[in-house]
Each structure stands twice: as C-alpha cells, then as structure tokens.
Design a binder for this molecule. Structure first.
Ligand SMILES: C[S@@+](CC[C@H](N)C(=O)[O-])C[C@H]1O[C@@H](n2cnc3c(N)ncnc32)[C@H](O)[C@@H]1O
Length: 219
C-alpha cells in the first residue's frame, strides 16, 4: 500500500486523538487525518465530514486508495449535523476560531462527546475562554509551526478549571511555544511603534507584552 504523506500539523494532531474510539473530523477536506489515524490504530472509527461536496470527492478517493471504506464514513453537512451518538471525540482543524465556535456553540446537546481536539489558526486565547465556558477544560496543548505559520493544537475534556486564557497550559520551556510568544511580542512592538494606532490599542498591546516579558524567556 502507498505510504501516506501528511504534513507535520496533521501528524501532530493525530497524536491527540489516537486513543479515541470514534471521532468525527469536521471540515475533513481530503480526509487525510482520518486515514492516518486509522492506519495507526486498528480499532478507531471515523466520520469524515465537510460542508462542501467537492472536498468529499477527493476524500472518498483517498479512503478507497487505503481500503478504509468500512472504517471511515464520509458525510456531507454543516458542523455537528453529521455527528452520531457514539462519537467520543470531535476534531476540527485548519479553520479560524470564530468558525469553530460557531460549529461548537450547541455542544451541550451532544453529551456523549468527551473530547474536543481543536487546531485553529488564529485567536487562541478567545478559543480557550469560549470553550471553557461550554463546560470543557484544557487537558493538553502545544503550538506547532508548519509552513512558517503557527497553529495551536489543544485537547479539551469535560470539566471545569480556571486557566489563564493567554498562556493556557502551554509549556513555556518548550522552544516552539516560546518562539510563538517571541513572535507575538515582536509583532506587538511593531504595531505599537506604528503611527495611527490609537492609545487604547497601544495600552492593550503594551500590557500583553508586559505579561509575555514576565513569563517567557525572550532571549
Ligand atoms: C482549510 S480546510 C482544513 C482541512 C483539514 N481539516 C486540515 O486541517 O487540513 C477547511 C475545511 O472545512 C470545511 N468547513 C468549513 N466550515 C465548515 C462547517 N461549518 N462544517 C463542516 N465543514 C466546514 C471546508 O469546506 C474545508 O474543506
């Protein structure tokens, strides 16, 4: 069988879901994540779902290529509309935080879901705060850099725990996590120095950078 070629981001995400029984990958696109997970866990079942039918043609082709038709169900639909009541883990990756929050805002109507594995490409602190409000707590998380872009990979489980939304549970001794905050720090400084940024915004960014400087080794 042809070796599956998936990017570092999807490979890293797969490590967060390999111990699940049944996952739904919402916005699966090519379905490569589900395929990779099935090839690395003989028991896992997958729903690969997308709101657009075009990506699902490619997804079906890929699934056929790896003979996984009996383990990966392809479904067309919006967000949680395609879920089934034995799914324990929802995965959503490669979307913005606002779209993820829109999809997950009625998560409480699906009590059988125990884990959310999310990998947004923006607004990480907003995602942490809003998902925690829905009755989930952070189990683990990391930042990854792929193709010169930073992504968060975060796993939530059911429960309550008050966590700083800006740093979350990121290990600040980890080089990539630290590089991410250095990047934010430098970007904020650039914006602060720009003419045309209002005083309120400046104050907000200065405060953020003060917090980064206190917690992260910026050397
Ligand atoms: C950029 S791709 C990400 C693909 C893959 N998850 C990854 O991480 O590489 C986003 C996919 O999400 C799908 N999508 C966007 N909004 C959706 C929604 N509300 N429900 C299901 N799929 C959605 C899009 O059609 C697209 O295929």
């Amino acid at each position: 069988m042809e070796k599956i070629n998936i990017n570092k981001r999807l490979r890293k995400i797969s490590a967060y879901i390999l111990d699940s029984k049944k996952i739904i990958d919402i916005g699966c696109d090519h379905a490569l994540l589900g395929i990779y997970v099935c090839l690395n866990n003989a028991n896992i079942e997958v729903i690969a779902s997308d709101i657009n039918d075009k990506p699902l043609i490619k997804a079906k082709d890929n699934i056929q290529k790896y003979h996984l038709e009996d383990r990966i169900k392809v479904k067309l639909g919006d967000g949680l509309d395609t879920i089934e009541n034995d799914v324990d883990t929802i995965v959503i990756s490669g979307m913005g935080t606002m779209n993820m929050l829109k999809i997950l805002n009625k998560i409480n109507e699906y009590p059988y879901v125990s884990n959310l594995v999310l990998s947004p490409n923006n607004d990480f602190d907003l995602l942490r705060s809003e998902i925690q409000k829905l009755g989930f707590k952070i189990e683990k998380e990391e930042i990854i850099k792929d193709n010169n872009k930073y992504y968060l990979i975060i796993k939530f489980t059911k429960g309550k725990e008050l966590i700083d939304n800006f740093f979350g549970k990121l290990n600040l001794d980890n080089d990539i996590n630290r590089d991410y905050f250095k990047y934010i720090y430098e970007k904020n400084n650039e914006i602060i120095e720009k003419i045309g940024v209002n005083d309120e915004k400046k104050k907000e960014l200065i405060n953020i950078n003060k917090r980064i400087n206190e917690k992260v080794d910026l050397q």
